[in-house]
Write a protein that binds this ligand. Structure first.
Ligand code: ADP
Ligand code: MG
Length: 251
């Protein structure tokens, strides 16, 4: 059964059809890489998976359960509690990590555990340290974010998301804002998570990562899934011209 899935998602912004019927289902332990040129709808898909963007049509499923209640016009209504619990189960890492500058690294991780999961200070600190260790930053627990490199800050953001024990992790161009020499440390951390069996949906232009880490590559074009398959199928033997052009532009 899928951890998270969307079926027939349509999304419009103004008069622009951004998603035109997206079906995507992510199995437990699977790493799905979403590729597509800028504006093809990748971020909107991720934001729909945790209902930060509400679809105009279509359904979102968590562990096979359809979310929301039907309305007469065919759309669905989502309760606050349902949205909160969904977002707690879906970890998200963005291009721009928003760590609180006035809190230490471990406090940045503890805050969600304290406020959302009601951990005690001791429990929260222990869990924060565990996850910092996991991303190779145990020694930075008491540092402030502005003393870290961009790559280290992004790994803290990953640790912060992981600390909530999400069922799936979404990465939206997590390395795009980093200095080139910092990209590989973050990709290495993401690869490690994938190998440990973390369920992941990754938007990236790093084709090496897609080739080496993805279980499945999905190519998006104009708000539709144009083709999908194994990394070998999509990256080495694409069957559609837009996929070939995209790969050509990114290698
Ligand atoms: P990608 O992540 O693949 O670059 P996005 O999902 O961010 O693409 O955006 C797809 C299209 O939807 C773009 O044309 C973008 O301008 C538009 N779009 C995304 N979010 C909004 C929004 N909140 N309001 C209006 N248009 C949006
Ligand atoms: Mg995007």
């Amino acid at each position: 059964m899928s951890v998270i899935a969307v079926r027939n998602i349509h999304k419009r912004f103004g008069n622009q059809d951004v998603l035109k019927g997206i079906d995507l289902s992510v199995a437990k332990g699977e790493t799905v890489v979403l590729l597509g040129s800028s504006g093809s709808g990748k971020s909107t898909i991720l934001r729909t998976l945790n209902l930060l963007d509400l679809p105009d049509e279509g359904d979102v499923f968590l562990h096979g359960n359809k979310l929301g209640q039907p309305r007469p016009d065919g759309t669905r209504r989502y309760r606050e509690g349902e949205l909160r619990s969904l977002r707690r189960r879906v970890g998200m890492v963005f291009q721009h990590f928003n760590l609180f500058p006035h809190l230490t690294v471990e406090e940045n991780i503890m805050i969600g555990l304290r406020r959302v999961l009601n951990y005690s200070i001791t429990q929260a600190r222990e869990k924060a340290r565990h996850h910092l260790h996991h991303v190779g930053l145990a020694e930075k627990a008491l540092a402030f974010p502005d003393t870290l490199s961009g790559g280290q800050r992004q790994r803290v953001a990953i640790a912060r998301a992981l600390a909530m024990d999400p069922d799936v992790m979404l990465f939206d161009e997590a390395t795009s804002a980093l200095d080139p020499e910092r990209v590989s440390e973050v990709l290495r951390t993401m690869r490690q998570l994938s190998q440990e069996g973390t369920t992941m949906v990754v938007v990236t232009h790093e084709l090496g990562f897609a080739y080496n880490v993805a279980d499945r590559v999905v190519f998006l074009h104009g708000g539709r899934i144009l083709e999908q398959g194994t990394p070998t199928e999509i990256l080495l033997h694409p069957t559609h011209a837009p996929t070939r052009e995209f790969l050509h532009a990114h290698t």
